[in-house]
Design a protein around this ligand. Structure first.
Ligand code: PLP
Length: 363
């Protein structure tokens, strides 16, 4: 059988091997309870424990204060683009956005489509999103209901080097591609949300960490499922949740906890990303277009500058067991997504391949 590859996919992406193995060991008969998690009632004592454990472990590793609720909802990241405005843009209907890439723009466009009073406070689009703009408190409309940011830009490979100061305006952050990769001061945010398929679990769930005072403000006529309060009041089991994804998420949280938590994980991520960026910067062949201070630890974007050669790079890398190195279909080039579960050997193998490819293809 062919070995497991190093999978540089932006998402769904690699999960820690020991978690997959443990899930496999328990797949048929979860902890000898006689059922697989896939078959279990979401109202059973076993599943309730899985759900409660997942939440408790996440609270522990992210140091989430008691005045925040943790919700597991379906619809992935994309549903949050609609769910956040429905729940938060309820006073003035004004929403301020910082547009730093495709996902931030999608959040903005969804709010425009829904008829809210939107404002792009800053954007880095004129420079193909290769940096994070600096924004001051005075730049936001004082009566905005919230400010939306995308903290790590999966497609362009940027990450905020600072947390914008929005004063009393709730700050909402899409952390889909960096959650659990670093320590975060949750109190700086009104909502942190993340689709789980990048750094946490199989797709189909978004984790929503929401300050309690932001609950219960949605209009009475919005669809039931879209009201955060419904999920908060029903411990994320108002209807049948994505039981399997929540289970694996819980196992990943426990794995992180056993391995030193987010500080230890961040240290590894810094080491991995630094190694790769240093190689790229010194290669004289590959280029990383993102401004150094704003570079993502999770998504490393680089180019050669010739589309045909880049295509060849992606194909040959795949044949060498380095999968999914093509850039997002909207920008091309290359992207190595190196989330928590990517081992350092994966980076070493990639650099080895890049050096060999350079020798064979540089003119
Ligand atoms: C992947 C991604 C999303 C969208 O996630 P879906 O679950 O596919 O809807 C949103 N924001 C960011 C930053 C992402 O990386």
């Amino acid at each position: 059988m062919k070995e497991r590859a190093y999978n540089f996919s932006a998402g769904p992406s690699m999960l820690p091997e020991e978690v997959i193995k443990d899930v496999a060991d328990n797949l048929l008969n979860y902890h000898e309870c006689g059922e697989s998690v896939m078959e279990m009632s979401h109202r059973s004592a076993e599943f309730k424990e899985i759900l409660a454990d997942a939440e408790a472990t996440l609270r522990d590793i992210m140091n989430i204060p008691d005045n925040y609720k943790v919700l597991f909802v379906q619809g992935g990241g994309t549903l949050q683009f609609a769910m956040v405005p429905l729940n938060l843009a309820v006073n003035t209907g004004k929403i301020d956005f910082i547009v730093t890439g495709n996902w931030a723009k999608k959040a903005y466009k969804e709010a425009v489509k829904m008829g809210y009073d939107t404002k792009v406070v800053a954007s880095s689009e004129e420079d193909t999103f290769t940096y994070i703009p600096e924004v001051k408190k005075e730049d936001f409309r004082p009566d905005a209901d919230y400010v939306h940011i995308c903290y790590n830009n999966t497609i362009y490979g940027t990450h905020y080097p600072y947390i914008p100061d929005t004063g009393d305006i709730p700050l909402v952050a899409d952390m889909s591609s960096c959650i659990l990769s670093e320590e975060i001061d949750v109190t700086k945010f009104g909502i942190i949300w993340a689709g789980v398929q990048k750094n946490v679990a199989p797709s189909g769930v978004a984790v929503v960490i929401i300050r309690e005072d932001l609950l219960g403000k949605a209009a009475a006529d919005i669809p039931t499922y879209l009201d955060y309060k419904i999920h908060a009041d029903n411990d994320s089991a108002y209807n049948t949740p994505n039981t399997f994804s929540i289970y694996v998420a819980g196992e990943v949280f426990k794995y992180l906890k056993r391995n030193g938590g987010l500080a230890a994980m961040n240290k590894k991520n810094v080491a991995k990303a630094t190694k790769l960026y240093d190689y790229i910067d010194g290669s004289g062949y590959y280029k990383a277009p993102v401004r150094k201070e704003d570079r993502s630890l999770m998504n490393v974007v680089f180019v050669i500058g010739d589309k045909d050669v880049e295509k060849k790079f992606v194909a040959e890398a795949k044949a060498a067991g380095l999968h999914n190195l093509g850039g997002h279909r909207s920008i091309g080039g290359m992207r190595a997504s190196i989330y928590n579960a990517m081992p350092e050997e994966g980076i070493d193998k990639l650099i080895e391949f890049m050096e060999k490819f350079k020798e064979e293809n540089a003119k």
